[in-house]
Design a protein around this ligand. Structure first.
Ligand SMILES: C[S@@+](CC[C@H](N)C(=O)[O-])C[C@H]1O[C@@H](n2cnc3c(N)ncnc32)[C@H](O)[C@@H]1O
Ligand code: SF4
Length: 456
């Protein structure tokens, strides 16, 4: 990296949100009642005149062992007895939604099983879950049915069940192939294990295979990232999410199990990304949005070129589906003009469902300003560009945005043409910082303690 780019990194490396939603979760302050939430969902279903269908996100919190970097809502257990009651509770929650909405079946455009580890479920438990989700549903022709798997705990039998139910996308948690890094984060996983799950998925007809990788893990170096990328290129997934390690030990104390001195930070961390990106681009991958890569044949690139890329709580997606119903502990739902998050504690989640309640723990009803700013942040995250005028996509807060972007403009990271903001390639690394200039809630009330990971 040049001296100039190191200076930019030092200047803009501040705590900031990842903008999977706007307003960001810490700023939610108007939780909808159950009736209001159902009303918003119903409106969103009614507004789906293209019949794209709704999205379901199902959270499976269980994991077999702890990866010490993990920032997800998960529960390490060896007690398999927890699983079936949990699956039944999730299906009961789904039933509560259908009952409240007065619809015996939903029209589905997207399902994503996330975690935790969805492949903690045995084949017969997956069968129960998927039959329960898809039985009372019609599925849109182009639907995306996807899940996250841990290659260490994924079997052919599980993949067969998933394919039988129409699952067509799979995402493997890979993170890093270097044995020293794997050892310090307590996640030993060989290239052979990853190859086996990748090959089996392709053989069974999964349309797209994604790898999750992380840069900024303890002990990672330019050499270790080179070796990891060599292995990735050999296995040739269709998509890659190359996430910045989010170090949030005040939320996830297990991240204190390695010493912070082992963490690459600031310019050293960014150099890992730059190296990884160069390696992936040389192998034919294209960068999409922030931290994502895909082969030119993948839907993500096709959608990005057509200006149809979307971003939701699960990351980038080629399809726009709404509403999103979040089922399971800690899951988030999105009706477009309102968000909710379920109880994060497993017992409280299960108890509320047992009482016949939707387990909403908190949420937010977007006001007019939230809605306009959400649109601009989404445009930036997906197209690196946004615009407004006095009659379109306007709210008075926007008047102050160009002044707030001036320094980024002077540093050559974006172009401002009246009320059109365009982030250039050099600015892609600072997309979170650009979005922060549109984040009225963050600007009006800076957090008293650190809430977010560093932007770089
Ligand atoms: C639920 S996990 C994926 C499935 C499965 N549990 C596994 O790990 O193989 C979701 C992804 O979040 C990412 N992740 C977890 N903790 C993170 C952190 N602290 N910073 C950045 N990414 C993280 C990892 O890349 C991980 O693959
Ligand atoms: S990274 Fe995946 S397998 Fe590891 S603890 Fe987190 S959710 Fe579980």
């Amino acid at each position: 990296m040049t001296n100039a780019s190191v200076d930019l990194l030092r200047k803009y490396n501040v705590p900031g949100p990842r903008y999977t939603s706007y307003p960001t979760v810490p700023y939610w302050d108007t939780t909808p009642t159950e009736a209001q939430w159902i009303d918003r969902i119903d409106n969103a279903i009614g507004a789906d005149t293209a019949h794209s269908g709704a999205s379901l996100y199902v959270h499976i919190p269980f994991c077999r062992s702890l990866c010490t970097y993990c920032g997800c809502n998960m529960r390490v257990t060896r007690n398999h007895g927890l699983v079936l009651p949990y699956v039944e509770t999730v299906l009961r929650e789904y039933g509560l939604y259908r009952e409240r909405l007065g619809r015996s079946a939903l029209h589905i455009g997207e399902i994503h099983l996330g975690g935790g580890t969805p492949t903690f479920l045995r084949p017969e438990e997956l069968e129960t879950l998927l039959a329960g989700l898809l039985g009372p549903a019609t599925v849109a022709p182009q639907a995306s049915l996807s899940l996250e798997v841990d290659p260490r705990t994924t079997t052919r039998e599980q993949l067969v069940v998933l394919r039988r139910h129409g699952f067509n996308r799979i995402s493997l948690g890979v993170q890093d192939f270097d044995p020293r890094v794997q050892d310090i984060v307590n996640r030993i996983q060989t290239e052979a294990q990853v190859r086996e799950v990748t090959d089996t998925s392709r053989e069974l007809g999964f349309q797209s295979v994604n790898f999750d990788l992380i840069y900024g893990l303890p002990l990672q170096t330019l050499e270790s990232i080179t070796a990891t990328m060599d292995a990735v290129v050999r296995l040739k997934p269709d998509r890659i999410a190359f996430y910045a390690y989010a170090h949030v030990p005040w939320i996830k104390p297990s991240q204190r199990r390695f010493t912070e001195a082992d963490l690459p930070e600031g310019d050293a961390k960014r150099a890992l990304y730059e190296l990884g990106r160069a390696r992936l681009e040389a192998a034919g991958y294209l960068e999409v949005g922030m931290d994502h890569f895909a082969l030119p044949s993948d839907d993500l690139v096709i959608a990005s070129r057509a200006g149809r890329l979307h971003r939701n709580f699960m990351g980038y997606t080629p399809a726009f589906t709404r509403p999103l119903l979040g089922l399971g502990v800690s899951s988030i739902g999105d009706a477009g003009d309102a968000f909710v998050q379920n109880e994060k504690n497993l017992q409280q989640y299960e108890e509320r469902i047992a009482r016949g309640e939707l387990p909403i723990q908190r949420g937010h009803r977007l006001d007019e300003e939230d809605r306009v700013l959400r649109g601009h942040i989404l445009n930036l995250m997906t197209r690196l560009e946004t615009r407004w005028d006095a009659t379109h996509d306007y709210t008075p807060f926007l008047d102050s945005v160009p002044a707030r972007l001036e320094e980024l403009r002077r540093d050559g990271l974006l172009v401002i043409d009246g009320t059109n903001v365009r982030v250039n390639e050099a600015g892609r690394a600072y997309l979170r910082n650009v979005c922060m200039a549109f984040d009225a809630r963050l600007i009006r009330k800076a957090p008293a303690t650190q809430l977010f990971s560093q932007t770089v």
